[in-house]
Design a protein around this ligand. Structure first.
Ligand code: ZN
Length: 269
């Protein structure tokens, strides 16, 4: 019999976390390009006089083209695509051209494993533990995509919101439906208010609407306690983290503050 929080279940969760972490790698690598192609196509259709070049018409989504080396374009066989193990066996290099394979891939896979093992260990309710694993992997994908591109896709943030409401509705979540809705409202409005205060004072936009949606999703999943945890229990830690983030963003983006990764890190801490 499968017992939650048992060593067996934690190991199974870790192995599944490696596999889902590998999928998170695919989402991180491909989703921004998929969005860019879609925007280009929409702009082209909306403004035909602007002569915008059409996007590349070769199929590009989460399943195609098949995994390949970005340097020599050789297809990656299944045995070279096993999470973590293949990277270690190949010593971080392409089998065909010996070009280095980014350490980011095994690191995301390991993080995925950790994010699945922790709920398996700490949460004794199977449904909620699995929901938190899914939410954690989603936040991992959002964090890295935001870090690299400053994008927080609606297609990835909105499912957090719907999952939060749905899980509260069918009593899998420990959060009541009323608390979930309140959490969503406070999550969205807190960053919306910060956005407008910053814009009115400085005339600049400090974050994007995707930040509101992501915070809304977190509030919906965790209820109002999501924000008391951030605002009180971990206030000092959060402020230090945001200070580091502000410095990095100032160097890289001049006027834009990319707040999301640190919200996310605080929620996962
Ligand atoms: Zn290669």
């Amino acid at each position: 019999m499968l017992v939650f929080s048992s060593p067996f279940f934690i190991v199974i969760a870790g192995l599944l976390g490696l596999v889902f972490g590998s999928f998170v790698n695919v989402v991180i690598a491909r989703f921004p390009t998929m969005m860019e192609r879609q925007w280009r196509q929409e702009c082209r259709l909306s403004f035909p006089d602007a002569n915008i070049d059409p996007p590349d018409d070769t199929r590009f989504d989460l399943s195609l083209p098949a995994s390949h080396c970005p340097h020599c374009h050789a297809s990656i066989a299944w045995y070279d695509n096993i999470p973590l193990i293949s990277w270690l066996a190949l010593k971080g290099r392409c089998r065909h051209c010996q070009s280095p394979i980014s350490k980011r891939y095994p690191l995301i896979e390991l993080t995925g494993a950790l994010l699945c093992m922790l709920p398996a260990w700490l949460i004794p309710f199977p449904g909620w533990a699995i929901a938190i694993m899914g939410a954690s992997l989603t936040l991992l994908a959002l964090t890295v995509i935001d870090w690299e591109t400053l994008l927080l896709p609606d297609q990835i943030t909105f499912p957090l919101l719907w999952a939060g409401i749905g899980l509260a509705l069918i009593n899998i979540s420990p959060v009541s439906l009323a608390d979930s809705v309140m959490g969503a409202m406070v999550g969205y409005l807190s960053l919306w208010s910060l956005f407008w205060a910053f814009k009115l004072i400085t005339g600049k936009e400090g974050m994007g609407y995707g930040d509101f949606n992501a915070f809304c999703g977190i509030g919906c999943l965790g209820g109002l306690a999501s924000f008391t945890a951030v605002n009180f229990d971990r206030l000092n830690q959060w402020c230090r983290g945001r200070g580091v983030m502000a410095s990095l963003s100032a160097a890289r983006h001049a006027t834009r503050l990319c707040l999301w990764p640190f919200h996310c890190r605080c929620r996962l801490a």
